[in-house]
Design a protein around this ligand. Structure first.
Ligand code: ADP
Length: 634
């Protein structure tokens, strides 16, 4: 099982409380993040700023009603006892409380959905980044972890980005309230005020240090969550149903899930204990604070003639001051702590993608000629080279077969050609132009590709086929289905080409068989009708004969287009104009099927072994060993 190593560098330096600069990682200060959130929110929904102003004024005034009115009512009761004035004071007290209270609730209910909406705009930004990031990132565990971490800033109403927005909203009113209390208490005794500030600041310091600790667990939690999510998804993925039962995976996967949950629970427990510790210290500080301040107030009443009305006002102001200041301190600690998550989100969004050319070249007209010129490549973080100084040519309209054992580098060839990765050195040329000179978006339009992993979307057959275009051309869909031998089967369904694939979104959806799904994917490639066609072993689930028949059929369908056929079954690709055989990062043989058989080296050897195997498998295959070499089927 994976070991979870904390990225120690990510921890905040303890003396760096202001800027929260992480030791070696680009990050943003709280202030920068606040500006970032505000500017984006302004872009998404300006109306919340109007609500903010009204809310700030109302919440800034509201608490003073509960402090000032009782003082005047008590002074009236213990003083002149004028009934009219008393009634006026009481009516004003209740009326203003009710009206302001109503509007505060009303505005709160108005801005809450708006904030959720703003958060969803950020989620949209993150989703777009995930869908468009360089493909190579999607195969990197560190990238996958950083997606989890970035998402932490967006996954709840109370934390991360929306959490900050909420706190900013209430902060304005609370600051007005605090200033009001400070004026009242400052009038009583400036030292009492300073003492209260020092006392509450200490509470703030304790709270922030726990939040900082919580943040420092985020990397480890991301890693655990990624693993636990994977095992959770496995348990609900019925595609593994057979393996689960036959290989008794149930206990293994179930225990794995429990184990990850336990790891998470242990970390959460430690965090909760720390919060509990802060709570205890806070209560002790509160007792000391209240004891000193109230003893002083009672002393003033007994010895300095402080009125009961004023006593009540100061009593309420001091109690409320401490809680208002605590709310502000807590909110600030929350904003600072959540800002760390927003930083992670921004760092993720800032992640550099491969540079696109400043002035991309226009795509040339087909037919397309492809050249690999001294290409050397290894995967990021890998020591082992997949290709070393490989060169070869695919002529316009030529059909190239790439063959070799598993792990020889066949799929990597497709990834390089499709610009999912860039070569470490050397060039890939399209009609003589380095493919890096085109914009990726344009360049991708050149390919109709069918990859190894057959991925259909849980939409209709027609949508699966026409996926690259907005409006569906039904005639063209039917034509492509016909060519792929699937028209009859699809039209037999109640909803024809609008039959849902899978039942996830459509109760009437159909689960097509593996072979049928592959044909629909082939129809998709035909529908796109791009200039270069790639077939990367999409037939792994089929037997050799079915694979060969699909390849040959596809060969007819893409006549005249530059095409690349990949297979480890040599018989499937023997019809191609030219065959490139890879082994351990080297292009070991290159030529027509006949030439390679005549050479009688690795290709011929592999071909004969495979032909023998199919014979033994009672597939009626006859091989003309060296000359024609085409397989024939009875
Ligand atoms: P083939 O398609 O011929 O089976 P691949 O092109 O998939 O082979 O793989 C070639 C080599 O590159 C193999 O050694 C494989 O382990 C390695 N490889 C493939 N993908 C990655 C990756 N994302 N990261 C690191 N190594 C990889």
């Amino acid at each position: 099982m994976a070991k979870y190593e904390l990225n120690k560098n990510r921890k905040i330096e303890s003396n760096d409380m202001e800027g929260q600069n992480l030791s070696d990682k680009k990050t943003y200060s709280t202030w920068e993040n606040i500006k970032y959130i505000i500017s984006h929110s302004w872009k998404y929904d300006k109306s919340i700023f109007g609500l903010f102003c009204i809310f700030t004024i109302l919440t800034g005034v509201f608490p003073f009603i509960g402090i000032l009115f009782p003082k005047y009512i008590l002074d009236e009761l213990t003083g002149s006892q004028d009934k009219n004035r008393l009634i006026l004071l009481l009516v004003s007290f209740f009326f203003s409380s009710a009206v302001i209270g109503y509007f505060v609730t009303f505005i709160k209910n108005s801005y809450l959905p708006k904030m959720i909406d703003i958060r969803f705009q950020f989620i949209h930004m993150l989703s777009i980044k995930c869908m468009t990031t360089d493909y190579k990132n999607t195969e990197e565990p560190s990238f996958l972890n950083s997606v989890e971490t970035a998402f932490r800033a967006l996954q709840s109403n109370t934390n991360g980005l929306e959490g900050i927005l909420h706190k900013l909203f209430s902060l304005g009113g609370n600051i007005i309230v605090l200033i009001g209390y400070m004026l009242i208490i400052g009038k009583l005794n400036i030292f009492i005020l300073l003492y209260l500030i020092a006392n509450v600041s200490l509470v703030y310091y304790f709270t922030f240090s726990v939040k900082k600790y919580e943040y420092n667990q985020a990397d480890e939690l991301s890693d655990i969550d990624r693993h636990s999510k994977y095992s959770y998804d496995l348990m609900y993925n019925f595609a593994y149903g057979k393996d689960m039962r036959i290989y008794s995976l149930t206990d293994w996967i179930g225990n794995l899930f429990q184990k990850f949950k336990k790891q998470r629970f242990d970390i959460e427990k430690k965090i909760k204990y720390k919060y509990f510790g802060v709570g205890v210290r806070e209560v002790i500080l509160l007792l000391i604070r209240e004891g000193i301040v109230y003893a002083y107030l009672i002393y003033l009443v007994l010895n300095k003639g402080l009125s009961i009305g004023s006593f009540t006002m100061y009593f309420a102001a001091i109690a409320s001051f401490a809680s208002a200041m605590k709310v502000i301190m807590d909110d600030m600690a929350h904003i600072r702590a959540q800002s760390l998550y927003v930083s992670d989100f921004r760092v993720f969004m800032d992640r550099k993608e491969e540079k696109e050319p400043a002035h991309p070249r226009r795509l040339p007209e087909g037919p397309y000629e492809i050249e690999f010129k001294n290409v050397t490549f290894r995967y990021p973080g890998s020591e082992k080279y997949v290709y070393k100084d490989i060169s070869f040519h695919i002529k316009p309209g030529q059909k190239l077969a790439i063959v070799g054992h598993n792990g020889a580098g066949k799929t990597t060839f497709v990834k390089l050609l499709c610009r999912m990765y860039e070569p470490e050195s050397g060039e890939i040329l399209l009609n003589g132009i380095n493919i890096q000179e085109f914009s990726k978006r344009d360049y991708y339009t050149l390919f109709s590709a069918v990859f190894q992993e057959i991925k259909t979307l849980a939409f209709s057959v027609a949508e699966n086929i026409a996926v690259s275009e907005g409006a569906i051309k039904e005639d063209k869909v039917l034509q492509c289905l016909d060519k792929a031998d699937m028209k009859k089967k699809v039209l037999e369904q109640k909803n024809g080409i609008y039959t849902g694939m899978q039942k996830i979104l459509d109760d009437e959806g159909v689960e097509f068989s593996g072979g049928e799904t592959q044909r629909i994917i082939l129809a998709r490639a035909l529908y796109k009708d791009a200039g270069i066609v790639i077939l990367d072993e999409p037939t792994a689930a089929l037997d050799a004969i079915a694979e060969r028949s699909i390849y040959e059929k596809f060969n007819e369908m893409v006549e005249g287009k530059t095409s690349i056929f990949i297979s480890h079954r040599l018989a499937s690709t023997s019809f191609c104009d030219v065959i490139a055989m890879f082994e351990e990062g080297q292009l070991i043989e290159y030529g027509t099927h006949e030439e390679l058989l005549a050479k009688n080296e690795k290709y011929a050897e592999m071909f004969q072994v495979q032909a023998q195997y199919y014979k033994e498998d009672e597939v009626a295959v006859t091989v003309d060993k060296v000359t024609g070499g085409q397989l024939q089927y009875d």
